[in-house]
Design a protein around this ligand. Structure first.
Ligand code: NAD
Ligand code: APR
Length: 234
């Protein structure tokens, strides 16, 4: 059975109008990562963190999936084998494009978490730290987002998929954040073919067997068509 494992990053949602992090003018040039994407930042000023993610939740809701999200959903539907999608993105554009199985290793804007008891529920559009947890009643609500210094979700499962892939593809990620940035090394070591689809060279471009350079809405549909027409050896 031919298994394709795909990792996506902010670049695949860029043409849907959602910002990337490290491009010129990116999110980390507008906000201090330490203040809005770390547990220490949340402890210092939960309201600031909720404001940051409330704005991103509203942006994601107003955005539409693009042709790259749709192409991956088609690959999942039509590929004669297994397709596993791991995303670093916290938006739900893959799901809204029809993708059935998505592993959100950095969490999701649609999720809320209780910092006290760990309960998880669907996030309202606007969240506040003082919102009582529906389980324990504590005013300890946080976004269900994995911050710097925290472990991503499903790492064991993801690693098992990566080392059993026949083809590993990274789409729209700068390859600057671990452990996601390490997946291509593990795929290579396990003998997978590796391909990068990105607007420009990334930190990891030299690690891939093949590269398709350009906007995701142009290179991803063409890559999917090639796979569905001719199989893995693209
Ligand atoms: P890391 O060392 O994995 O990544 C740090 C990267 O983030 C650096 O390579 C740099 O590119 C960038 N970075 C760090 N500080 C920055 C700053 N002040 N401004 C701009 N860019 C900055 O990060 P870590 O602390 O070891 O955390 C790793 C864990 O956190 C991983 O599990 C990762 O999946 C998770 N994570 C989650 C988010 C999120 O916003 N959801 C962001 C990054 C990392
Ligand atoms: N098409 C394809 N790739 C694009 C496009 C596009 N239209 N626009 C930008 N890119 C590429 C950039 O060249 C860059 O390599 O997408 C990548 C975006 O990189 P980052 O902004 O670093 O985003 P990402 O790799 O997802 O960041 C990883 O860091 O801050 C954390 O949690 C955050 O999940 C994020 C993680």
């Amino acid at each position: 059975m031919r298994k394709i494992v795909i990792l996506t990053g902010a670049g695949i949602s860029a043409e849907s109008g959602l910002g990337t992090f490290r491009d010129v003018g990116g999110i980390w040039s507008q906000y201090d990562l330490e203040e809005v994407a770390t547990p220490e930042g949340f402890a210092r000023n939960p309201a600031l963190v909720h404001d940051f993610y409330n704005a991103r939740r509203a942006n994601a809701l107003a955005a539409e999936p693009n042709a790259a999200h749709a192409a991956l959903a088609r690959l999942e539907r039509d590929w004669q084998g297994e397709v596993v999608l791991v995303t670093q993105n916290i938006d739900d554009l893959h799901e809204r494009a029809g993708h059935q199985r998505v592993i959100h290793m950095h969490g999701e804007l649609t999720g809320a978490l209780c910092a006290q008891c760990g309960a998880h529920w669907t996030a309202p559009l606007v969240m506040r730290a003082e919102d009582p947890c529906p389980e324990c009643g504590e005013a300890a609500t946080r976004p269900d987002i994995v911050w710097f210094g925290e472990m991503p979700y499903d790492m064991d499962l993801i690693e098992r998929h990566v080392i059993s892939a026949d083809l590993f593809a990274a789409i729209g990620t700068s390859g600057q954040v671990f452990p996601a940035a390490g997946f291509v090394m593990h795929a290579n070591a396990a003998g997978a073919e590796t391909v990068e689809l990105n607007l420009e060279p990334s930190e990891l471009s030299g690690m891939f067997d093949r590269r398709f350079e350009g906007p995701a809405t142009e290179v991803v549909p063409g890559w999917v068509e090639g796979l569905l027409a001719g199989g893995l050896r693209q």
